[in-house]
Design a binder for this molecule. Structure first.
Ligand SMILES: [Zn+2]
Length: 68
């Protein structure tokens, strides 16, 4: 089953991180944001998702941050 991961935050507003398959990782997902281009994604959906922005290619903790 696909689970859509969406956040609604007072500061950044509506954020759509995409979908995660609940069969995969038990539905666990890591929400990521890029401070350079503003992209939002789930780390598990990309091979380098934990440290590289899939949209602009920015890498490193200076730009790529995980969301609690
Ligand atoms: Zn980016």
């Amino acid at each position: 089953m696909e689970i859509r991961v969406i956040d609604c935050d007072a500061i950044v507003g509506f954020v759509d991180y995409g979908t995660i398959d609940s069969e995969k990782n038990g539905g666990y997902s890591t929400k990521m944001r890029c401070k350079k281009c503003g992209a939002a994604w789930l780390a598990e959906n990309y091979v380098t998702g934990h440290d590289t922005c899939p949209k602009c290619g920015a890498t490193g903790k200076k730009y790529v941050i995980s969301v609690e």
